[in-house]
Design a protein around this ligand. Structure first.
Ligand SMILES: [Zn+2]
Length: 363
């Protein structure tokens, strides 16, 4: 009789801990839910079960022997391994998530965890699998993306379709590319480039093309400035204004670019004729696989082309892009969610990302 009373009191204490998701009880007991067949640790963030369906166990073995399976969300087995840093690190993760927009220093986070900087960094990496900095970056990037697609977009559709990651999309999407680096001679020797300048939402836009494809789409303040740029990029080429009537193909390319900038044509599929190193080629090709209305970080692109750690080189390749829009380097941002750089100015990058976000939600 006395024993039953003790059990009742203990159950009441345990139930209180479950209701409060009290972490200090993690590892001291487990609760199981008869209706789901699952057992959890007291702090599980899942929905609070009905009291009448709950049973308590002091060990995991007891719960399992009674036929319950471990919850995939709170993973009671991990607590059993009893890493004293676990709870603290989890609390720091929660803190980072809710304060991601603030400047967070390693020292400050380590203090919150009650660990030295060194031990904090080591424990964090061991438990989370990322360094605190990487975790913060990943979280910020994710939030930024959520901002970008408040509405269902192309990206959502791709994820819905089960691709999972954009690097896998990259393997599947067959982008048509007219890049022919091997045949292309240095600085455009023996090549004729025709150009026109048009107005666009991003200011004056110059479109230059060979007879094989676009080799120059850039923005500037004046036609003279753009022409200088074109000459600098292709010093050995014969450069001339496009003569009217424009060739039909060129008109099609121009129309596509304009409609793209109006948000009418999300996917640009234009032949491109530029000289590139093997690495630039890989990066630019990859950029074309980033869905309209979506962004990736320099580090993600680096990983996507199979060279993790080459984020700087990716940023350089982006800044060397000569064919804006058709090679959408504006879809690459910093891991922190900041815009990073853009060859034609951050304002234009902002306008483009914004435009895509708005149009993507309509398509
Ligand atoms: Zn759980």
């Amino acid at each position: 009789m006395a024993k039953d009373k003790n059990n009742l009191a203990q159950d009441e204490l345990f139930w209180q801990a479950v209701k409060e998701r009290d972490r200090s009880f993690d590892g001291k007991f487990y609760f199981a839910v008869a209706t789901t067949g699952i057992y959890c640790r007291p702090s599980c963030a899942g929905r609070l079960p009905l009291r009448k369906n709950v049973r308590f166990f002091v060990t995991r073995e007891d719960a399992e022997r009674a036929g319950f399976r471990a919850c995939l969300r709170c993973r009671p087995a991990d607590v059993a391994a009893a890493d004293p840093a676990l709870t603290r690190i989890q609390e720091v993760c929660d803190y980072i998530r809710s304060h991601a927009q603030e400047a967070l220093s390693l020292t400050m986070l380590a203090e919150r965890a009650g660990l030295s900087r060194f031990h904090f960094q080591r424990a964090f990496k061991k438990i989370v699998g990322l360094s605190p900095k990487q975790f913060l970056d990943a979280h910020r990037l994710q939030s930024f993306r959520q901002e970008l697609r408040k509405q269902p977009s192309v990206t959502d559709a791709i994820y819905e379709a089960g691709f999972g990651s954009s690097s896998r999309v990259y393997e599947r999407v067959d982008t048509r590319l007219g890049m022919t680096p091997a045949e292309y001679r240095a600085a455009g020797k023996d090549v004729t480039i025709s150009y026109v300048c048009v107005d666009s939402v991003l200011g004056r836009m110059m479109i230059g093309a060979t007879d094989r494809g676009l080799c120059f789409v850039q923005f500037g303040e004046s036609d003279e400035e753009l022409l200088q740029l074109l000459r600098a990029e292709y010093a050995a080429a014969r450069i001339e204004p496009m003569q009217e009537p424009f060739p039909e193909e060129f008109v099609n390319w121009m129309t596509a670019l304009r409609q793209h900038l109006d948000g009418q044509q999300p996917r640009l599929d234009l032949p491109i004729d530029v000289r590139a190193t093997a690495f630039q080629m890989k990066v630019w090709h990859y950029l074309q696989s980033i869905p309209y209305g979506s962004v990736e970080s320099y580090a993600e692109v680096a990983a996507g082309v199979g060279q993790p750690g080459a984020a700087r080189a990716v940023a350089r390749a982006c800044s060397q892009n000569r064919v804006a829009l058709a090679i959408p380097c504006h879809r690459v941002i910093r891991g922190t969610g900041e815009l990073g750089g853009y060859r034609w100015g951050l304002e234009r990058k902002r306008v483009l990302i914004d435009l895509e976000r708005r149009s993507a939600s309509r398509h």
